[in-house]
Design a protein. Sequence first.
Length: 202
Amino acid sequence: MRLPTFSGRSTRGRVSAWNAERADQPPLTLSVNVCARQLHQTDLPATITGILAATGLHPGNLVVELNGSLLQPDAATTALRLRQLRATGVRLAMDDFGVGSLSLADLRRLPFDVMKIDRSFVADIATVPEATALTRALVQLGNSLSLTTVAEGIERPDQLERLRALGCRLGQGYYFAKPLDEGAAGALLGAERLPGAQVAST
C-alpha cells in the first residue's frame, strides 16, 4: 500500500522511462487531478490522447482524478465527457469520496474505475469505532462495484494496519513519502522496499 507523489514538468515522460527500466516489475501508474474548467473543455479527450502519444505513457497507466463537486452542474454533459475520457483507455478515479455531494447512484452510473476514500475517515480509523465502520462500508462498496479502492491521508502505521485488516490494498499519504521532485522520486522507486509502487502527480 504505497503511493508516493512527486512533481515536475516531465512527469509523464519519466513514468514511461521508469516503466521501461522496471520491465520485470508491475508498471507505475500516474494520477493527475482535473479541475472543473478542464473537465468541461470539449477537447480534453483529444488533449490527453496527444499527451499519451507524445510521452509514450500507456493509457492504462494514467488515472484521471475528479472531485465529486465537479460533477453536479450538468449531469448529462459530465457523463458524456467521462465516457469520452474512458474511451481513450485511461482510468477514472473519484477523489475524496464520502464527503462530497456525489450520491451512491452517481457512483454506480458514472464510469469510474477507482474510488478514493477521503482522509477524514482515515484520520480516526485506528481510534474511533465509527470511523472504522464507515471505512469498512466504503471498502465493501468499492469491492461490490468492482472499483479499485485507495485510502487517502495515511500518516501513521496504525492507520495502515487497520486499513489492511479492512481489505484496503492501496493507499497514499505522508507515511510513505512526501511530495518529491524527479530525482528523489527516482531514488525512492529504486529502493527494494517499494516494489510495484504507484506514482501520483499532484
